[in-house]
Write a protein that binds this ligand. Structure first.
Ligand code: NAP
Ligand code: MG
Length: 490
């Protein structure tokens, strides 16, 4: 393992197996969003030249890694899973300090990252298929080859799980990686890099460069030595990456925002539906691409539903995620806090009612962080901005629907299509909802948030480029080229 990633809380980039400072010599500060007096560290404000160095290192490491038998690559990935699991408590603390989510949420995410590495490690034993040939003396088969150098660009909200679900399938397929973590969450990314080093990943196979996406992103996307880009983040940035990548015909995979609907029908178990709504809307402080942001409730049960959801939101304990009593952490930074508050004002101006929440918290220990209340809007109409635009905070809007048909219509009335949920005990309408809703993941009686790593994931419409799925065994498709061989043996 290279000596240190850090000197006096100054963390470095990982390029060609060495922890190095940016060639530009600039760094930036990362602070705890629950307590801004706490400095997480100083990180490299990297430049285009740093990206060029990292891409060069990844290119040089490629031939050897691509030729390494996949089961051998898999053994390294298995060790990464073990290393992450062994440090679970420490990594969860880093994640909570840096991103703000509760320790329980962080533990879940760190465990998820370990499980993802384990899952993809085992896929190293599989490759392609044989096909019956019409020619009796011919072996017809397909096989998968690595793409080359893959750029991995990730958001701050799941800063270890998302890098894991891109880097692990990338590596098992024989690619080398240049990873750019979000500016707000570089430290957990560095910890993941260290786990890879401890597990014996060869130098240059994985490289990490921190810094601003608007400064170094274009180089990562335009560099001719980068073969593909896997991106998760906002629609605006994703679209820009797609346009830029088209100039050099790079393969892209873009997973973006959401405005996920949850429908509750009159026959649903109401308490369960409220629980599913609250978990989807307020879990991870609403900062999940899969968060429930529109609750579409049929007329007959609107009143009791609102009453129960308001009660639930009222009881949520908000604070520093390191405190085990706390159920919801802060907004990730000042900008996100401002955005939450701005949308709360927009909702009021549009004529929606704040049934609970709506305020920033600044009393006592809240004074040092970016805390906003769990907020429920009633009297929301489908065309309002708060029902159309991704807010990314603990804010849910309740929209009344006449009946099932209108509920489905409203659910689809969005440019996004990531996840959707219906709460009902009616099998027929559950099936119809699954069929008629334009979203990549549809759930019945389960929250819009929460995914199983062994199942494919990805959105529709503005939520995704709809090129390749992530997670599950389908994830391998993005990271490989499929070849077909006709092997006539006489
Ligand atoms: P973002 O602002 O789009 O940033 C995502 C990543 O792209 C960051 O690393 C960012 O760097 C980088 N970036 C910024 N400008 C770039 C450019 N011109 N070229 C290349 N890269 C660039 O998203 P975010 O605010 O971090 O995350 C929130 C968004 O992610 C939400 O829209 C959410 O729905 C979405 N999300 C989607 C999924 C999914 O699976 N569908 C999962 C999680 C989150 P900086 O950090 O330096 O800005
Ligand atoms: Mg952003």
């Amino acid at each position: 393992m290279a000596e240190v990633a850090v000197t006096e809380k100054e963390y470095r980039n990982l390029i060609a197996g060495e922890w190095v400072a940016s060639l530009g010599g600039e760094t930036y500060e990362d602070r705890n969003p629950a307590d801004t007096e706490e400095l997480i560290g100083r990180f490299q404000s990297s430049t285009r030249e740093d990206i060029q160095q990292a891409v060069k290192a990844a290119r040089e490491a490629l031939p050897l890694w691509a030729e390494t038998p996949a089961p051998e690559r898999g053994r390294i990935l298995h060790r990464v899973a073990e290393a992450v699991e062994k440090q679970k408590e420490e990594l969860a603390t880093v994640l909570t300090r840096e991103e703000g989510k509760t320790l329980a949420e962080s533990r879940g995410e760190v465990q998820r990252a370990a499980d993802i590495f384990r899952f993809f490690a085992s896929l190293g034993y599989l490759n392609g298929e044989t096909i019956h040939s019409a020619d009796r003396d011919l072996l017809l088969f397909t096989f998968r080859e690595p793409l080359g150098v893959v750029a991995v660009i990730t958001p701050w909200n799941f800063p270890i799980a998302i890098p894991a679900w891109k880097i692990a399938p990338g590596l098992i397929s024989g690619n080398t990686i240049v990873f750019k973590p979000a500016q707000l969450t570089p430290l957990i990314g560095i910890r993941l890099m260290e786990a890879l080093e401890q597990s014996g990943i060869p130098k240059g196979v994985v490289n990490m460069v921190s810094g601003s996406g608007s400064v170094i992103g274009d180089e990562l996307v335009a560099n001719p030595d980068v073969d593909a880009i896997s991106f998760t983040g906002s629609y605006e940035v994703g679209r820009r990456i797609a346009q830029k990548a088209a100039e050099t015909l790079k393969r892209t995979q873009l997973e973006m925002g959401g405005k996920n609907p949850l429908v509750v029908l009159e026959d649903a178990d109401l308490d369960k539906a409220v629980d599913i709504t609250a978990r989807g809307a307020f879990g991870a402080t609403g900062q999940a691409c899969t968060a429930t942001s529109r609750a579409i409730i049929v007329h007959d049960i609107l009143e009791p539903f609102v009453e129960k959801l308001v009660e639930r939101a009222k009881g949520i304990r908000i604070g520093n995620g390191l405190d085990s009593e706390v159920q919801m952490g802060p907004a990730v930074n000042e900008e996100q806090l401002e955005k939450d508050l701005e949308y709360i004002q927009i909702g009021r101006d549009e004529g929606a009612e704040v049934a609970i929440g709506g305020q920033r918290l600044t009393d006592g220990h809240h004074a040092k962080g970016y805390f906003v209340e769990a907020t429920v809007f009633t009297d929301v109409r489908a065309e309002m901005r708060i029902a159309q635009e991704e807010i990314f905070g603990p804010i849910v809007g309740i929209i009344e629907a006449r009946d099932f048909d209108q509920a489905v219509e409203i659910a689809n009335q969005t440019v996004y299509g990531l996840t959707a949920c219906i709460c009902t005990r009616d099998l027929e309408r559950a099936h119809l909802f699954v069929r008629k809703t334009n979203a990549g993941v549809i759930k019945v009686n389960r929250p819009t948030v929460g995914l199983e790593l062994q199942a494919p994931f990805g959105g529709m419409k503005h939520s995704s480029s709809e090129t390749f799925k992530e997670q599950g065994k389908d994830a391998i498709q993005f990271y490989t080229r499929l070849k077909t061989a006709y092997l006539g043996y006489r």
